[in-house]
Design a protein around this ligand. Sequence first.
Ligand code: SF4
Length: 439
Amino acid sequence: MPKKYFIETFGCQMNDLDSEKIAGNLLHNGMAPADGPEQADIIVLNTCSVRDKAVQKVYTRLGELKQLASRRKDLVVAVVGCMAQLEGEKILKRAPYVNVLAGPQKGAVMSDLIEQGRREHPAIGLRSDEIPESLETQYILRQNPWRASVTISEGCNRNCSFCIVPITRGQERTRKSTDILREIKDLASKGYIEIFLLGQTVNSYMDRVEQVSFAGLLRRIAAIQGIKRIRFTSPHPNDFTDELLEAMVVCPQICNQIHLPVQSGSTRILRAMRRGYSLESYLKIISKIQSASRSIAISTDIIVGFPSETEEDFQDTLSLLDEVQYDSVFSFKYSPRPYTAAFNLLDDVSDEEKKGRLEIVQKRQKMIQIRKNSTYLGLRLEVLVEDKARSRVSLAGRTSDNKIVNFDGPEKLIGQIIQVEIAGFSPNSLKGIWIDSSV
Ligand code: SF4
């Protein structure tokens, strides 16, 4: 009987893809997926450390697994990913039943680590000098038959003062454009129609040997037969070029949506965050995007309560929301992360104040989204049907500009691009009527 594994993923899209790489490696080495943790011989927690809350969530989950581990002496528990890299052997002190600790780049050697962890408890694969240079992964067990995530770079050279990523994922490494294009051609031949390019600062991508920039890479992917949609995350404002905007305007396969993290509307706070741009230079980029001949939806990330953020700084962030009219905003309370430059700053905005500011941002943005979504009423849009909907209507899909559309229709539509007419809206989604072209 093959050993069975169960993977629980916390965090971002890159972690989702890392879990697919881990699953591919385990499957290739003779293991099989389990239906749940109770049925598994190996439990892998693929973790996140971007905020303290994400770290505490994993410790809570480890606490829940304690009983199972004490009942099942042969159970292998692996903690992998960014939180494992950050917390290191502290995890073993709190959860001595953990057999494997591994950083985020270990998917391709996971079965070896698990075997080692089974024999000589615990196996540790954390040292940053062991990060493999190559980002190529031979085996990936993809969860979705029409949309595939593809890593084009990993790590980050920017060192924003609040961010743990350069510590957990290391310095930026990029893949060869020829390898990326070969992978995507292979995906297209297998029926994948949407490609999601991943990198910590995805648009800083440059293949120096072949002289292929990020915009050049997008154009080459758009020319691959069968690829209908291309998305990417996360671009950095300083790497947003005219060449990239031009590619987005002329290639309909590149979705007309961009996530451009700003973090704060105050230049003083941006400087303290070491973001490398001022509010004015960020707004210049927004203005270029908004004046493009193709309409492009814009979303962003906001952190409230960064050390020393005054009421005036916070008002600057609210004014930014009013000025840009983002399509969506991911907003968070500042959370100090160890080993970052901001960790040494006085965390002087009280939690109550952070909570209050977060609520104000979210309320303000909700009103903006209600107004923006109301302008979709009556439009006919292309939607890639993704799943059964959570709401009363049966299916959910996504427009090119990243709006969720819920509508009634048969399940066989999942994975297809169809037409819908927008008949309703809420702050976070649209309601549509499927236009059945066969009638
Ligand atoms: S650019 Fe992004 S990943 Fe890099 S340090 Fe800044 S926030 Fe972190």
